[in-house]
Ligand binder design. Structure first.
Ligand code: SAM
Ligand code: SF4
Length: 335
């Protein structure tokens, strides 16, 4: 049964953050100065158990969700993740079950994830240059290990591999062309993401954003491109293919070309808060009613009420005044 919100957008896509922890400190997401050794992460009993995540997911699927993406923090630092994948994949064979990861632990887990029923992975990588990548992940993590993770995922059958690259002005623009050349050769789909003003700890400024139109021009000058039709309504990445037929790339222009009008995505945080927008200030607690004994029907009604009342379109309304609002952090709800 399809649920639609106050702007007539259906609920189709659910992102689940399985942990608020991460082994990276990407400067645009979890800056080290704010997330140091003394940062208080959630305790085990505060985060949803695999059973709780599966129960809520089943209810979301009964309400029209067709795609679930596991994310974090870094989802692969949550112990036993393949077990959760197995539980979720049992909900429905047609459920599109995917994962976004920084790739650091993927080589070890790719095969088990595939066997558990995961369909595809997206791997984040911001540069092929170790110095640039290390400056961005801020934990001295080398590029090679992420590439090995991607290759292990491809070998396990988790392709087509998508690679997410956040571009920040003055930091990794020089990595755009080398990344495009390398992943075109590999046959992985590279997607460029405009640096976003999620949360309020990354010190975002509009000047730091490299518009995707600029990236398209840069690549097109060397490797001619043409636009492709979206795969489905609500797809956030604009698609482009190389004119010589050697593959495609994606552009996630969430700052310069907001896509709120088609947004069909809900987000569940590790502690069971439901967010109806990436830029939300507040979530809706589903964990406490669930732990307090709510039935599936009651939880389903709650979700329907929250989605039915949804009118968020932050990216379309973005102004300088919204930058300082206490928005939820990206690592908290998983991007
Ligand atoms: C929050 S991470 C969670 C999953 C995993 N740790 C990873 O990095 O892929 C999900 C995605 O959000 C992106 N991201 C984080 N902060 C961002 C920001 N300020 N602007 C744009 N993208 C961002 C990351 O690059 C990553 O591709
Ligand atoms: S983008 Fe992903 S890998 Fe980087 S700090 Fe955020 S959650 Fe961790």
């Amino acid at each position: 049964m399809t649920l639609t919100d106050a702007l007539n957008r259906p609920l189709r896509d659910l992102r689940i953050s399985v942990t608020d922890r991460c082994n990276f400190r990407c400067i645009y997401c979890m800056p080290k100065e704010m997330f140091g050794a003394d940062h208080q992460f959630l305790q085990r009993d505060q985060i949803l158990s695999f059973e709780e995540i599966t129960r809520l997911s089943r209810i979301f699927v009964s309400r029209g969700v067709r795609k679930i993406r596991l994310t974090g923090g870094e989802p692969l630092v949550r112990r036993g993740l393949p077990q959760l994948v197995e539980m979720l994949s049992a909900i429905s064979p047609s459920l599109d079950l995917t994962l976004t990861t920084n790739g650091s632990l993927l080589a070890k887990q790719a095969q088990a994830l595939k066997e558990a029923g995961l369909k595809r992975v997206s791997v984040s990588l911001d540069s092929l240059d170790d110095a640039v990548f290390k400056a961005m992940n801020d934990v001295d993590f080398p590029v090679q290990k992420v590439l090995e993770g991607m290759d292990a995922a491809a070998a396990a059958g988790l392709g087509p591999i998508k690679v997410n690259m956040v571009v920040k002005r003055g930091l990794n623009e020089s990595s755009i062309l080398p990344m495009a050349r390398y992943f075109r050769e590999k046959g992985y789909i590279l997607r460029f993401i405009e640096y976003m003003d999620v949360g309020h700890t990354n010190g975002w400024r509009l000047d730091d954003v490299v518009p995707t139109a600029e990236i398209v021009r840069m690549i097109n000058d060397e490797m001619p491109l043409e636009p492709l039709e979206p795969n489905y309504q609500g797809e956030v990445a604009g698609r482009w293919k190389y004119k010589d037929g050697s593959g495609e790339i994606g552009m996630i222009a969430s700052v310069t070309q907001a896509f709120c009008c088609d947004c069909n995505r809900a987000r569940l945080s590790a502690e069971g808060e439901l967010y109806t927008c990436l830029f939300a200030i507040k979530g809706h607690n589903l964990r406490d009613p669930m732990r307090g004994g709510a039935t599936d029907e009651e939880l389903s009604q709650t979700i329907a009420r929250i989605w039915g009342g949804r009118s968020d379109r932050y990216s379309e309304l973005r102004t300088e005044n919204t930058v300082d609002l206490p928005k939820v952090e990206m690592w908290h709800i998983g991007g």
